[in-house]
Design a protein. Structure first.
Lengths: 112, 457, 112
């Protein structure tokens, strides 16, 4: 089992969600985070003076999936979230040992 | 007639009250917007104050209230461009001209601002400014002439309310007030039907927000909506009672009528909500109050207080139902300008045809159907309402298409979803500095989905 | 070492916290997230029209634990958070390579 995590631009959340649903993914957790990659945020001007804004709002999406599906899922998320411009984000997967569905107590792949 | 200091003082005070309504409207709409676009909504009202006030002095007043051109009743002349003909000694029918100029200026300001509620989140600000200038000039100034320009004062005429219309030579003013003889005390047609029809035309050209119909785009700050509602309610006494243009009995009647119709509207809306949705909401209370205010605007000088209660109840219930039309018919009237101002304005304007009482209007010829006046007044109300609706709708469509062709109307999809405040105004409304305890200078408002009002089983 | 993550109903946070503390776990990180599982959110009515709300507010609890404790701690959380109704959430564990306590520089199991 794997946890696929994606950090993407907030306005892309809808597109990513649609892409995941098209793949049959039914559950996901979403949170608001802030971050930056190599470009280190951007400069903005306020009342005539410049400021560096390092943290940019992003959205983090987490999905628990079968090992076999992880690669496909990562690709789908990237395709949906990509705009080609700075700040598009990253997607990665990490191994998961144990998953339990709280409502029923199901464990392992049935809990996905 | 010499300047009547009591009347002048009341109209000046009313002008300030009416001005206050536009920031009140800004908060009412702003609280109903989402947090990422509240500033843009505020800007559209505040920019309206800036733009229209100047244009009013430059040419608006003269077009609306100048001597009627060619006896057509359609538009005034240009003799008073830049208010060059006015001095402190200028008095008309006992009222100082500057007081009247100020009073009517505020009406022009808010009529334009009303439209902005329909176009939340998605119109380029520069396009709004261009639209503002064209619309106020081509649509509002003529309609204001039709409805508010009473004409040449009779030599020994009195002043005040619809009594004012009687104190002027028939046929010398705007065609609706001076020839047709329809009743519109404070602008149910010129302001509310006008703005509502314009909003409908504009949103048809502008298109829907992304996510309209799928996402529940709920108010982000209901306390702000209530503040706005309170300010609107307070200021509206100037809008309605001030339209008596005199500190007299008619003004007092308009005041009482305004209060009870608004109260009735509030109760009717939350009652309708409770029956239909299972909850009485603050947003419903605010909307119901505004619906009552809108509907009583044309009628406050024509009905009795009992009639005003009826007007409010009808408007509150009808508008509560009307706001669902947009979902069924598929037009994105973001903050219900059409559902409240167009529908409420129509309800109020037409109700005069039924509920006008001669004890209020002061004339046995001005009675509604329920008071033995037959259908002739209702017919005039319908003509006035229909004419303003049609003119506003068609011309606003044209103006919107012109602005679209010249500079486009909408922001890009990315700008819209990210937030028009950030992308167009380079500002965020709430700087919570979520990360780093305030050390990092950036902290945009979190945009979480609200908890549900009611979960269907 | 393992990271145990739980996505739960917000009103269950206190119960889970007490249960963890009774078990001897005193450190945790909590964040507000949104998510849904297979039931895809719910329908709500606003101003007379129906809307589907896909994301439901949840709370994410993260705890760093010893390998040996991971399974039991999952059980403790599930038991405390369970209501039996839709939306109870999920708990999972992932392997952790390295942990350091920032104040002291302790590393590995001593840092848990």
């Amino acid at each position: 089992m794997r946890l696929v995590t994606a950090i993407v631009k907030p306005f892309k959340l809808d597109d990513v969600k649609t892409a995941l649903e098209a793949l049959g993914v039914q559950g996901m957790t979403v949170s608001e985070v802030q971050g930056h990659g190599r470009q280190r945020g951007h400069t903005e001007v306020y009342r005539g003076a410049e400021y560096t804004v390092s943290f940019v709002p992003k959205v983090r999406i987490e999905v628990l999936v079968d090992d076999a599906d992880a690669g496909r899922l990562v690709d789908a998320i990237v395709a949906a979230a990509s705009t080609g411009s700075i700040g598009d984000g990253k997607v990665w997967s990490t191994p998961v040992d144990d998953v339990v569905r709280v409502r029923t107590g199901e464990r392992g792949p049935e809990a996905l | 007639m010499d300047l009547d200091t009591g009347n002048n003082a009341w109209v000046l005070a009313s002008s300030a009250l009416v001005l206050f309504m536009t920031p009140g409207l800004a908060f009412f709409y702003g609280g109903m917007s989402r947090s990422k676009s509240v500033l843009n909504m505020l800007m559209m009202s505040f920019s309206s104050i800036g733009i229209v006030s100047i244009l009013w002095v430059l040419y608006g007043y003269t077009l609306a209230f100048g001597v009627d051109q060619g006896g057509t009743g359609l538009i005034g002349n240009l003799d008073d461009l830049g208010l060059k003909a006015e001095t402190t000694a200028s008095v008309t029918a006992g009222l100082g001209n500057f007081a009247f100029i100020a009073f009517q200026m505020m009406f022009a300001v808010i009529t334009l601002a009303l439209i902005s509620g329909a176009i939340a989140d998605r119109m380029k600000f520069g396009s709004w400014v261009l639209f503002s200038i064209l619309w106020i000039t081509i649509v509002y100034f003529p309609v204001a002439h039709w409805v508010f320009a009473f004409g040449t004062p009779l030599a020994k005429g009195g002043v005040g309310g619809n009594g004012a219309a009687a104190a002027y030579t028939k046929g010398t003013g705007g065609w609706i007030v001076s020839r047709l003889g329809a009743l519109d005390f404070a602008g149910g047609t010129a302001v509310h039907i006008n703005a509502g029809a314009a909003a409908l035309a504009l949103i048809l050209v502008l298109g829907k927000r992304k996510g309209f119909g799928r996402e529940a785009m709920r108010p982000h700050n209901l306390p702000l909506v209530m503040i706005g509602t309170g300010i609107l309610w307070f200021g509206w006494f100037g809008f309605n009672a001030g339209s008596a243009l005199a500190a007299n009995g008619v003004a007092g009647l308009a005041f009482v009528n305004t209060q009870v119709a608004t109260a009735a509207g509030l109760i009717a809306w939350i009652g309708t909500e409770r029956l239909r949705d299972g909850h009485a909401t603050t947003l419903g209370a605010a909307s119901g109050a505004v619906a009552g205010l809108v509907a009583i605007t044309p009628a406050c000088g024509a009905v009795t207080p009992m009639g005003a209660i009826a007007v409010g109840l009808i408007a509150g219930g009808l508008c509560a139902l009307a706001v669902t039309l947009k979902n069924r018919l598929g037009y994105d009237d973001a903050l219900d300008v059409v559902g409240v101002h167009l529908v409420g304005g129509l309800a109020g304007t037409l109700s005069i045809g039924l509920l006008a009482s001669d004890t209020s209007t002061g004339s046995a010829n001005l009675r509604g159907a329920f008071y033995g006046g037959g259908l002739s007044l209702l017919g005039k109300q319908a003509i006035a309402a229909g004419a303003v609706l049609a003119y506003s709708f068609v011309l606003t469509l044209v103006i919107a298409l012109v602005v679209k062709a010249v500079m486009g109307l909408r922001v890009t999809e990315e700008q819209e979803v990210t937030g028009i405040d950030q992308t167009v105004h380079a500002e965020t409304a709430y700087e919570f500095a979520a990360v780093g305890g305030g050390v990092s200078s950036f902290g945009a408002a979190p945009q979480s989905a609200p908890s549900p009002a009611r979960v269907l089983p």
